[in-house]
Design a protein around this ligand. Structure first.
Ligand code: MEV
Length: 284
C-alpha cells in the first residue's frame, strides 16, 4: 500500500503555538509518499539510506512502526519513502512522513484506524521523537487545508507563497532554545507570544495582500526577538525587503525555509507553493 501526506507551511504563530497561542497553517502541494509491503523483516529505504529499524537514521518512521505495533503486532515490513518536501527545513517533512507511514501501515495491515486515530498516533510519535510539540504538523498532514489553531477552525487562504530554503536544522533544538529563553525571561517572552497570538487571530480573517505582508514583517521581527533567526536569514530577508518584498521564517527557524506572499514575482532561488486541500490519502 502507498499512502501520501502533504507538507505544511506555518504562516503565523510558530513557537508561540507550543505555548497555547494561535497559529495559522496551510497544507501545501508538496507530498511525501510511503510504500509499505508485508515482509518477514523490517527494511526502511529513503534518501537517508537503507536501514533496518534504525532510530538514529529514520527516527520518525521507526517510532511510527513501534507505536503501530502497540495496535497490531507485525513480523516485518518493507518501507519505502519518497518525498517532494525538503528534509528538516520547516515545511513539515517529519510530520508528513510520520502520518504517511502510519496510514500506509494501517492500510497494509488492516489496523482499523480512521483519520483521527492516524493523527493521534502521529502526534504521539512526534512527542516521542521531539519532546515538546504543538501537534500542528501531524494535524495538517492528516487533514490538509488551512486552519487556525488550536481550535481547528478552517480559514480561507487564497494566496500562493514563494519559499527559499536556507538549509536544514533540528526542530527539537530550536524548540529547546526558545524554552530556555522563556525560562530566563518569562515576562518578556510571554508578551512576545501574546503579540504573535494577535497576529495569527488577525491573519485568520485577512483577505488583503498588503495587510498580510505587514503581518509577515511583524511576525518575523518577533521571531528574531525570541532567537530563532540567524544572520543568513536576516541578510536574505533584508535583501528581499530592498526589492519591496516581505518574508519570514516558517517552522522552527535557525535555518530552514523563509517565505513571502507570491504576487507574480518569484525571487531568485525560490520556489512557489500553494495551499492544498487534501490531507493523507491512500494512493493504491
Ligand atoms: C514546527 O513546525 C513548529 C513549531 O512551532 C513547533 C511545534 O509547533 O511543535 C516550532
Amino acid at each position: 500500500m502507498i499512502a501520501s501526506a502533504p507538507g505544511k507551511i506555518i504562516l503565523f504563530g510558530e513557537h508561540a503555538v507550543v505555548y497555547g497561542r494561535h497559529a495559522v497553517v496551510s497544507a501545501i502541494n508538496l507530498r511525501c509518499r510511503v510504500k509499505v509491503k508485508k515482509s518477514a523483516i523490517f527494511k526502511i529505504k529513503s534518501v537517508l539510506g537503507e536501514t533496518g529499524l534504525d532510530f538514529d537514521r529514520h527516527p520518525y518512521v521507526v517510532q511510527a512502526v513501534r507505536r503501530f505495533m502497540e495496535v497490531k503486532n507485525i513480523p516485518g515490513a518493507e518501507i519505502e519513502i519518497e518525498s517532494d518536501i525538503p528534509v528538516g527545513s520547516g515545511l513539515g517533512s517529519s510530520g508528513a512522513v510520520t502520518v504517511a507511514t502510519v496510514a500506509a501501515l494501517n492500510a497494509e495491515f488492516d489496523g482499523g484506524m480512521d483519520k483521527e486515530d492516524i493523527f493521534r498516533m502521529a502526534r504521539q510519535v512526534e512527542i516521542d521523537v521531539q519532546g515538546r510539540a504543538s501537534g500542528i504538523d501531524p494535524f495538517i498532514s492528516t487533514f490538509g487545508d488551512s486552519w487556525l489553531f488550536p481550535e481547528r477552525k478552517k480559514v480561507l487562504m487564497p494566496f500562493k507563497f514563494f519559499v527559499i530554503n536556507l538549509g536544514s536544522r533540528s526542530t527539537a533544538e530550536m524548540v529547546r532554545r526558545v524554552a530556555e529563553l522563556r525560562e530566563k525571561h518569562p515576562e518578556v517572552i510571554e508578551r512576545i507570544f501574546d503579540s504573535i497570538d494577535a497576529i495569527s487571530l488577525e491573519a485568520a480573517e485577512i483577505t488583503s495582500e498588503d495587510r498580510l505582508e505587514e503581518l509577515i514583517a511583524i511576525n518575523q521581527s518577533l521571531l528574531r526577538a525570541i532567537g530563532v533567526s540567524n544572520p543568513e536569514i536576516d541578510r536574505t530577508i533584508a535583501e528581499l525587503e530592498r526589492k519591496g518584498l516581505r518574508a519570514k521564517i516558517t517552522g522552527a527557524g535557525g535555518g530552514g525555509c523563509i517565505f513571502g506572499l507570491y504576487r507574480g514575482e518569484k525571487p531568485e532561488g525560490s520556489f512557489v507553493v500553494e495551499p492544498e486541500k487534501e490531507g493523507v490519502r491512500i494512493e493504491e
